[in-house]
Design a protein around this ligand. Structure first.
Ligand SMILES: Nc1ncnc2c1ncn2[C@@H]1O[C@H](COP(=O)(O)OP(=O)(O)OP(=O)(O)O)[C@@H](O)[C@H]1O
Ligand SMILES: [Mg+2]
Length: 274
């Protein structure tokens, strides 16, 4: 058995792969990276009913991986660069040999996969951390489910400025409904619900805009979304509602939330097999 652990900026995920396929997953919050890795491993084994001795290797990735030594509880630790883990995880879960894989985590990372070739295209600091941080600063809300609940009553037309608001209709290829300026309608008084919706909408719009540009730069048609921010229903729906003119498509594969941990484990399995 191979265990994959992703020690991310917000959460630590651990996955157990049996025969590279059957997947068992657990998540805990990342506090201290070493404690998080040890805790996630313990939780995983108790969930799966396995023993430490059954684990051949622990593949670790994510920002906290550097805090681990070469061995954890007597099991060899293999460090997998995060970009590689994101690429392998997203593309294998989506069954694509070529795709742009986007990790929607605390921040957002964009990874190009073309067969064996996995490259970091770039990223943006606008991501899940931004959503939680601004929710706290603007609204005093710390829970994502509270933010989502608030957003369900929101109205974007009181807070975002559209192209139609400015130009009175579409401009060239841009429809009247497109956002001209997120939070740009300064002359109206939005409610907290409007702000909650506009915040989710802004993070979604930044992510899909940079994703489409990166996909075009690297000639990808498929954009695979991974990471825990994909759990936020409104954000997911906003991105899925986008129909780019050049036909790029977004997809969220099963286990997308755990893609980096799964990718780390699969990368180690592949390197042993090759
Ligand atoms: N149950 C959840 N627990 C924590 N964060 C969640 C949850 N559901 C959604 N999120 C959102 O997802 C973000 C974390 O995503 P994820 O766990 O994929 O990132 P990470 O791996 O910790 O970070 P990074 O990859 O940027 O280092 C949070 O910032 C939050 O906005
Ligand atoms: Mg991550």
């Amino acid at each position: 058995m191979i265990v994959g652990i992703d020690i991310g900026g917000s959460t630590t995920d651990a996955v157990l792969l049996r025969d590279g396929e059957e997947i068992i997953v657990v998540t805990i919050e990342t506090g201290d990276p070493l404690a998080a890795a040890a805790g996630a491993l313990g939780k995983l084994l108790s969930t799966a009913g396995g023993k430490l001795a059954d684990i051949q290797a622990i593949a670790v990735s994510g920002g906290g991986a550097r805090c681990l030594e070469e061995v954890l509880f007597g099991v060899p630790v293999i460090k997998v660069p995060e970009i590689h883990a994101i690429g392998v995880g997203g593309s294998s879960l989506a069954h694509k040999s070529s795709a742009l894989v986007v990790s929607l985590g605390t921040g957002t990372a964009l990874v190009s996969v073309e067969g064996e070739r996995i490259e970091h295209v770039g990223g943006t600091g606008v991501g899940g951390g931004t959503l939680l941080g601004l929710a706290r600063h603007l609204l005093g809300v710390t829970r994502l489910d509270t933010l989502e609940e608030m957003a369900s009553q929101g109205d974007l037309s009181r807070i975002d400025l559209t192209v139609g608001d400015i130009a009175g209709g579409p401009v060239g290829i841009v429809p009247a409904s497109a956002t001209a300026s997120n939070f740009g309608k300064v002359r109206s008084d939005p409610t907290p619900a409007d702000k909650a919706l506009a915040l989710i909408n802004m993070v979604a719009e930044v992510i899909f805009t940079v994703s489409i540009m990166a996909a075009r730069a690297r000639h990808h048609q498929e954009i695979v979304l991974t990471g825990k921010l994909t759990r936020v229903k409104r954000l997911r729906e906003r991105i899925e509602a986008v129909h780019p003119r050049r036909g790029e498509s977004f997809l969220i594969p099963p286990y997308a939330e755990f893609a980096t941990a799964i990718g780390a484990a699969r990368a180690v399995i592949q390197s042993v097999a090759s």
